[in-house]
Ligand binder design. Sequence first.
Ligand SMILES: Nc1nc2c(ncn2[C@@H]2O[C@H](COP(=O)(O)OP(=O)(O)OP(=O)(O)O)[C@@H](O)[C@H]2O)c(=O)[nH]1
Ligand SMILES: [Mg+2]
Length: 285
Amino acid sequence: MGVLSIQWYPGHMTRARRAIAESMAKQDVVIEVLDARMPRASENPVVTELRGGKPCVKVLSKSDLADPAVTRAWLLHFEKVGAVSRGPGGRVLAVAVTTARAPETRARIAEACAALARPTRGRKAARAMIVGIPNVGKSTLVNTLARRKVANVGDEPAVTKGEQVVVLEGGMTLSDNPGILWPKIEDERGALLLAFGGAIPDAALDYESVALFGAGVLLERYPALLARRYGLAALPGDADSLLVEIGRRRGCLRGGGVVDRHKAADVLIHDFRSGVLGPISLERP
Ligand SMILES: Nc1nc2c(ncn2[C@@H]2O[C@H](COP(=O)(O)OP(=O)(O)OP(=O)(O)O)[C@@H](O)[C@H]2O)c(=O)[nH]1
Ligand SMILES: [Mg+2]
């Protein structure tokens, strides 16, 4: 077992996986929501397996939090994947969206769905299913597409516990689903990315390890953003020193002036998730 063992596979997720598998046959298109800051780590192998050869719109959500140049590179990457894949797993279109630009989000998704999904079985409009990892913005997207609040949203994993279906203005049927993970996340880096991004509840893993991992990646890729946010003239050489320095700057101290590492971890994790550090992408194609 690595530093990160995830003890979180709640019952509703097992049920959700079964429900998604069952209603997959009725769908004309699958809308898979990915985290624009980590499109690879947030791509769920269970979704890939369940969707088989169904056309798929890969939605890079929270693109307001991601590095725009890297997001453009990801869109090109998915364009190539979509162009080369035929047969099972084929027909993929990727779009980047953010809740900050709702009309644009609606237009992009409508366009992608129209290009991919032909309504079947004599229906006038297509059926789509929204799937993805927890807390990635699926329900927010449903509300944006529906132009009203139909689904509960919240900044924590597992807000949605069951399927919810809504019919959009143009007649398209859309189902929101609980976020699902996969029982064995073998790639430790991927698991740490998911945790850092907020797809796994903070209580289900070693919080400090997650922050140290994030600190390491940020030191390597976005040192200037760290320096600016925490007022660091010289950047610490490693993740551990960075965490201690953040704790010191933010007054995360215990008796005797010792840095409270858990609190410092909290500061860094929340600063990353909320986007106050600046636009950041943790994975490149
Ligand atoms: N910055 C930013 N935040 C977003 C965006 N979309 C969603 N969020 C936030 O992400 C958090 C999770 O949103 P939800 O829509 O509840 O996510 P979900 O995928 O339905 O989550 P589960 O139902 O728990 O699987 C909320 O705090 C949203 O406000 C976006 O485009 N940009
Ligand atoms: Mg939800």
